[in-house]
Design a protein around this ligand. Structure first.
Ligand code: HDE
Length: 679
């Protein structure tokens, strides 16, 4: 819980209902005397029509479901606050970006894209990263993804893209996966997707945590300052914990072991007070430089390389409160890239332009009418007044005779505000063109930045890309589609295309290759922030463990921010040689190595064979997933027997427990140890 309620919190408080300890009533407030039996004509007779209580209860239940989002159906959200580090007044008149003392309440929803509402969370997919800022000038929504580019350049193609990636219509398979024929057929026949596909086949598409992924506004937006000067701007969220990923085998196993892995991770971090933090960064290009780049800055399939246009860090967002009710808040929140405040404006990016239509349109069906802005989670914290009236679920009671503009009966109010009074004035960009359905010539290079991405990857990341393509195309049945994709990605990199062509039994590409040699180190996760904070360490332990040593290790891990959790053969307490006790958090049945970031193997003094078998299973799986492994006491013998003691990221202690702990902490911070990679 955040310590002080902010304005949004105060507003939501008016709608929160505490049911516990109260009498049961109908929706009309009538106390009910009985809630198990319908009203019948005789104990064994039929139910009576007059049973209003039964009718109300059942009718409400029958109507509990609303349509899930057509995309981003599976999501999870949290409340928080945003604060700017320094005034951005030079670039934008957006007031929430002026005063470092101002905390703006935010609500952030993270999501997968393709899967339905009940699908697993660690699937290979882009992630949504949508932020609603409840500013004093109205709601500003930054509706982004964890990938900075998109599959297509024009919103016209969005329904086609989504039809292709969703489960195939004839058999509704596969769920929440792009590994099927129609998606890859779309890719091969819409080659503007090349760059984004590189990202979705990379480790970025299997994040370790919502807390450990970047966010991007994707489109180029405009900042407009008080003088009316405009700047092109791209938005970035940078996670304070760095950008980290799972490995594919692990991600698939987690999908089964804990389909709620990402929401649980976010929920628990906030409940524990480990508030997720993200810095907001902006890349700014002056108007005069609009055409200074070798790509079109309006093309949403292009990044602005950070080395060429630095990301200026301007503020921080902290997520500090879980929702009270997932449906009321997370499900009913309605984002829209067109929810802007003065000082933030659009560009002509044709993808953005189409989104400006789609989001309200989709809320109308999803939330059942035009009054969704009145739902508590969607209400701005500043007053709103206009002449819109009526519609399903209207809640405000607008008083008075007048609901039109202009008028004289209400003194011509509510009245438009001048720009000086905070009225939104669109940036007066000069447009001169013909009506035409076409793609700009400047949008036609589909491969250079895909190659830039490939060139920027470390060797393990390149290997993961080849494996991801091999997996996905290995699931494709059409030989023709497989071949087309190989030919397509030969334009990005011959090493890549040859790598997966071989794995899927397709002839290596004859031509192709790229002349792009540029790389952008900021794109590689090798160069991200590496920290121990909140890393989960599974501690495998049994009775008779060396209490003094183990307690010292665990204390130090906790001090440094790691989260050790005890895994053993049964729940209850395990007692060390010196009488110290540890409460078991998970058994071998309920805890899995895939649910931990690192493993600490200790064992005990009288461990049976079945314990050893389970411990070794954890060890081998964690090893295969390149995770940090620490081993002391009996754990050491297990690691030695497995021949792992000299492997990267495996830290062992024969004697000095302090040195062991220091080295183990370093190994945990490193996240994964790719030197184990078997080529
Ligand atoms: Fe969305 N997108 N989108 N999208 N999008 C939706 O709106 C759409 C795109 C994004 O947590 C829908 O309320 C079109 C890019 C997020 O509630 C819908 C196009 C980016 C979310 C829609 C795009 C996004 C959505 C479905 C191509 C990253 C979830 C439900 C022109 C910058 C928001 C809804 C949440 C949701 C349309 C492309 C991000 C149908 C037409 C690019 C994070 O309106």
């Amino acid at each position: 819980m955040s310590d002080k309620p902010n304005k949004k919190d105060e507003q939501l408080e008016q709608f929160r209902v505490e049911d516990e300890g109260k009498k049961l009533t109908t929706n009309q407030g009538l106390k009910v005397a009985e809630d198990e039996f319908s009203l019948k004509a005789g104990e064994r007779g039929p139910t009576l029509m007059e049973d209003f209580h039964f009718r109300e209860k059942m009718t409400h239940f029958d109507h509990e479901r609303i349509p899930e989002r057509i995309v981003h159906a599976r999501g999870f959200a949290a409340h928080g606050e945003f604060q700017v580090y320094e005034s951005m007044r030079k670039y934008t008149k957006a007031k929430f970006l002026h005063d470092p003392a101002v905390k703006t309440p935010v609500f952030v929803r993270f999501s997968t894209v393709a899967g339905s509402k009940g699908s697993a969370e660690t699937v290979r997919d882009a992630r949504g990263f949508a932020t609603k800022f409840y500013t004093e000038e109205g709601n500003y929504d930054l509706v982004g993804n964890n990938i900075p580019v998109f599959f297509i350049q024009d919103a016209m193609k969005f329904p086609d893209l989504i039809h292709a990636v969703k489960p195939e219509p004839h058999n509704e398979m596969p769920q929440a996966a792009s590994a099927h024929d129609t998606f890859w057929d779309f890719v091969a026949n819409n080659q503007e997707s090349a760059h984004m596909v590189m990202w979705t086949m990379s480790d970025r598409a299997i994040p370790r945590s919502f807390r450990m992924m970047e966010g991007f506004g994707v489109h180029t937006f405009r900042f407009v300052n008080e003088e009316g000067e405009a700047f092109f701007v791209k938005f970035h969220w940078k996670p304070v914990l760095g950008t980290h990923s799972l490995v594919w085998d692990e991600a698939q196993k987690i999908s089964g072991k804990d389909p709620d892995f990402h929401r649980r991770d976010l929920w628990e971090a906030i409940e524990n007070g480990d508030y997720p933090e993200y810095e907001l960064g902006v890349q700014i290009v002056e108007e005069k430089d609009e055409f200074s780049f070798d790509f079109d800055i309006l093309d949403p399939t292009k990044i602005w390389p950070e080395e060429d246009i630095p990301v200026k860090i301007i503020g921080k967002m902290t997520l500090n409160r879980n929702v009270d009710n997932v449906f009321a808040e997370t499900e009913q929140v309605a984002f829209h890239p067109g929810h802007v405040v003065p000082g933030i404006d659009f560009t002509n990016d044709p993808l953005l332009q189409g989104r400006l239509f789609s989001y309200t349109d989709t809320q109308l069906i999803r939330l059942g009418g035009p009054n969704f802005h009145e739902l508590p989670i969607n209400r701005p914290v500043c007053p709103f007044h206009n002449n819109q009236r009526d519609g399903y679920g209207r809640q405000t009671i607008n008083k008075g005779q007048v609901s039109y503009h202009k008028n004289s009966l209400a003194g011509n109010t509510p009245a438009p505000a001048s720009e000086a009074e905070g009225g939104y004035v669109h940036y007066q960009e000069k447009i001169d063109g013909r009506k035409i359905r076409a793609r700009s010539e400047s949008f036609k290079d589909h491969f250079s930045q895909a190659t830039l991405f490939w060139n920027s990857m470390s060797e393990p990341e390149k290997q993961h890309l080849i494996e991801a393509f091999s997996f996905e195309l290995g699931k494709v049945e059409s030989k023709s589609v497989q071949r087309q994709v190989v030919e397509m990605f030969a334009n990005v990199s011959l090493d890549l295309a040859k790598g997966f062509a071989e794995a899927i039994g397709v002839e290596a590409p004859k031509g192709g290759g790229s002349s792009v040699t540029k790389s952008s180190p900021a794109l590689s996760q090798e160069n991200t922030i590496k920290k121990v904070d909140t890393r989960k360490v599974g501690v495998i332990i049994d009775d008779g463990f060396n209490g003094q040593d183990v307690m010292a290790v665990l204390d130090r891990l906790k001090q440094e921010g790691a989260k050790p959790e005890i895994v053993s053969d049964r729940l209850g307490k395990k007692t060390g040689s010196d009488g110290s006790e540890l409460e078991v958090d998970h058994t071998f049945l309920t805890g899995e190595s895939v649910l931990f970031d690192a493993l600490y193997l200790v064992g005990g003094n009288n461990v049976d064979r079945s314990f050893i078998k389970d411990a070794l299973y954890f060890l081998h799986e964690a090893y295969d997933h390149f995770k940090p492994i620490g081993a002391t006491h009996q754990g050491l013998t297990w690691v030695k027997e497995a021949g792992m003691e000299n492997s990267a990221g495996v830290v062992t202690a024969e004697q000095n427990i302090e040195t062991f702990t220091t080295q183990f902490l370093e190994a945990i911070a490193a996240h994964r140890h790719w030197a184990r990679q078997v080529k």
